[in-house]
Ligand binder design. Structure first.
Ligand code: GLC
Length: 539
């Protein structure tokens, strides 16, 4: 395969300090993107050779989920060394090469930083376990006891299921402490009330920024601080929900000071580095993380998981718009990531799901602000029903929910079965099994079909750039959301541009204007068919 067309020339100048405001970032899940060494797991070498493909989409950058050393209990979100590269993925030399190659292609690189927790194999956690109760080493984490050694300090539940506390040394009379893990027991939470933790992470940030990394996506950004004294949660049954709604577990006021500090660090570089947060809170609370001296952007999380529901899109869109007005930062739109069910499956069964996912992607690429595309979304991949015995997500084992179906290795070529160009010939089986029809959804198959979602994505991004250059689109645009009686959702952006999505059951009449792009052809009467989106230049 060759990817001859490069859009690098039209990327914003690296010096433009506000490039991030309307940036489109492609999320790479390195395990599943491209396997360079044939062990069945994606790696940096595999990503390096496929960078021209990403550039050919016309995106502004890449967010890479963690590739740092890790026992891989939570597929890399259990980091044992924040400043290295896991040999599973390659070497620091290869990362350096990747960074250079990306920059040459006009692509920025965002890394994932995981500051809420580390791996239980992190040397500082190991030292804490060894040092015993009352030690300064343990004060880097949350160790403690309930009223007696047999109960943990409070009633919190882990996001992945079960208690959020693990007894460090079961059976010991002298060390009866438990430690806190909002996720798996192999992911102990840092104690951010200890200033040494903040200093440690400042060094981590500087390490990557010094190397030339352009920005960071901050994992579970709202949960670093827990309520002082770790009181019981009101909603004891669910920390998943509690991370959003239990004031004891997340969104503590103190966390904002962390991002003010990180912003000062990011701004001290030239060009300035960019912070994007996974802030899974309602729009008003999330927007407080993007005040002018904190992060640059936060994912529009309230939007990410919505179903195909015009009223819900309009309500959340309107709330996000109000939050933007209050705090100034445009939202970062997304419909998919490695944690949630692919939109083609989430939005409906069969063809309707696929049509809606295409429409959803075209819609978010037209909304005011930044946008994230998850690898494979441009191929309109569905969620895979991974066989039970092949599932590896720790959430599956502990909580009965599997995120594996959104993480299956990407199909690049129509054949050969199993690897579909993800690995080279003779390689080991992919780390998650690929479905038999994966080749029909591959990059190769999409390139051959002029109506494919891949072509639509490329066209949308090209047009987005042209309209921005002509100042028809501006990152500062507001969005006005409406739903008409027939279920046509619209978001008017600025004076001249409108995104429409037909979410009702009948073809919909579009507002007067020039239709510049649609996800499905208009009907013979010029109406937008159900499950389709359009971009309209208003008259
Ligand atoms: C974030 C990641 C998810 C991970 C969790 C714990 O939500 O996106 O994949 O399991 O944090 O680190």
């Amino acid at each position: 395969m060759t990817f001859t067309e490069s859009h690098s020339a039209s990327h914003p100048e690296p010096q433009s300090p506000l490039w991030w405001q309307d940036a489109v970032i492609y999320q790479v899940y390195p395990r599943s993107f491209g396997d360079g060494d044939g062990d069945g797991v994606g790696d940096l070498a595999g990503l390096l050779t496929r960078l021209p493909y990403i550039a050919s989409l016309g995106v502004d950058g890449i967010w890479m989920t963690p590739f740092q050393p890790s026992p891989q209990v939570d597929q890399g979100y259990d980091v044992s060394d924040y400043c290295g590269v896991d040999p599973l993925f390659g070497t620091m030399g290869q990362f350096d090469q990747l960074l250079d190659a990306a920059h040459t292609l006009g692509l920025r690189i965002f890394l994932d930083v995981v500051p809420n927790h580390c791996s239980s194999e992190h040397p500082l956690f190991q030292a804490a376990v060894a040092a015993g109760p009352g030690s300064p080493e343990r004060a880097m984490f949350h160790f403690g006891n309930g009223p007696d050694g047999d109960t943990p300090p409070n009633n919190w539940q882990s996001v992945f299921g079960g208690s959020a506390w693990h007894r460090v040394n079961p059976g010991s009379d002298t060390d009866t402490e438990w430690y806190l893990h909002l996720f798996s027991p192999q992911q102990p939470d840092w104690n951010w009330r200890n200033p040494a933790v903040g200093d440690y992470f400042e060094d981590v940030l500087r390490f990557w920024f010094d190397m030339g990394v352009d920005g960071l996506r901050i994992d579970v950004a709202h949960a670093l601080f827990k309520a002082d004294g770790l009181p019981d949660a009101a909603n004891a049954n669910s920390v998943v929900d509690g991370l959003r709604s239990n004031p004891q577990v997340s969104d503590q006021e103190e966390v904002h000071e962390v991002y003010r500090r990180w912003r000062r660090v990011a701004d001290s570089y030239s060009p300035g580095r960019v912070l994007v947060g996974e802030v899974n809170l309602d729009p008003r609370r999330a927007a407080r993380y993007t005040r002018h001296d904190e992060m640059h952007q936060a994912f529009a999380f309230a939007f990410v998981k919505l179903g195909w529901d015009a009223d819900a899109w309009a309500a959340v869109g309107t709330e996000l718009e109000a939050a933007r007005r209050e705090h100034g930062a445009p939202p970062s739109w997304a419909l998919e990531n490695h944690d949630i069910v692919r939109s083609a499956t989430r939005f409906g069964r069969g063809d309707r799901g696929f049509l809606r996912a295409r429409a959803g992607l075209l819609a978010i690429l037209g909304l005011p602000g930044g946008a994230f595309i998850y690898q494979g979304q441009e191929l309109n991949l569905p969620e895979v029903d991974v066989p039970l015995d092949a599932r590896v997500d720790p959430m599956w084992a502990r909580g009965g929910v599997s995120r594996d179906g959104a993480r299956v290795p990407l199909p690049w070529t129509v054949t050969p079965a199993n690897t579909f160009g993800f690995s080279s010939d003779g390689a080991a089986e992919p780390w998650l099994p690929t479905p038999a029809d994966w080749g029909t959804r591959s990059v190769e198959a999409n390139l051959q079909d002029e109506n494919s979602t891949l072509h639509l994505t490329i066209e949308a991004l090209k047009l987005r750039k042209q309209l921005t250059e002509k100042e028809i689109l501006s990152p500062g645009d507001g969005g006005t959301w409406r739903v008409d009686d027939g279920g046509l959702l619209t978001c008017q952006r600025g004076e001249q541009f409108l995104v429409a999505v037909a979410m009702g059951d009948e073809p919909a009449r579009l507002p007067d204007g020039q239709v510049v792009l649609t996800s499905s052809p208009l009907t013979a009467e010029g109406l937008l068919p159900p499950d389709a989106a359009a971009w309209v230049l208003l008259r």
